[in-house]
Write a new protein. Structure first.
Length: 150
């Protein structure tokens, strides 16, 4: 593996500077052939292939580049917007998860307790009737249904 990379690199670097000649000839059956060496039996002509000319940047190319830049900017804005939406969705889900855990914990406590109470202004316990306890438990179940749906 270590030997292959330098070999390929060497071949790539030096093959880009090699200039090759191309020859064309026609055999006895009339078939045209091309090769990098002339055919000894027949007359081969060397083909001159012109170098590709580099075009100067035209207004069309500049316009295309500008459209490409604008498109890249719009795509970047979309990526940032999507990332922000994902962050907000994650935060919202995290908040709902917290509320779900709290509601489940409260429901467990309410169901395990024999009664519920509030404190009056002096700090004394005032027991709530069973109807209010049942209503509070039903309210927590509704909260769990709302916050814990995934």
């Amino acid at each position: 593996m270590k030997i292959k990379f330098p070999t390929y690199l060497f071949l790539f670097l030096f093959t880009t500077f090699v200039y090759g000649e191309i020859f064309k000839w026609v055999d006895e059956q009339g078939h045209t052939h091309y090769g990098d060496k002339p055919n000894i039996d027949s007359s081969a002509t060397q083909l001159n292939i012109p170098e590709p000319q580099v075009k100067k940047e035209s207004p069309d190319v500049q316009d295309r580049d500008e459209r490409r830049r604008r498109l890249a900017d719009v795509m970047q804005e979309d990526r940032l917007k999507k990332k922000e939406e994902q962050k907000q969705a994650y935060e919202k889900k995290s908040e709902l998860d917290k509320k779900c855990v709290y509601a489940k914990d409260q429901l467990r406590r309410y169901e395990e307790s024999g009664y519920l109470y509030n404190l009056d202004k002096d700090g004394n316990r005032v027991h709530l009737p069973d109807e209010q306890r049942t209503a509070a438990i039903n309210d927590l179940r509704a909260q769990i249904k709302t916050h814990c749906e995934n």
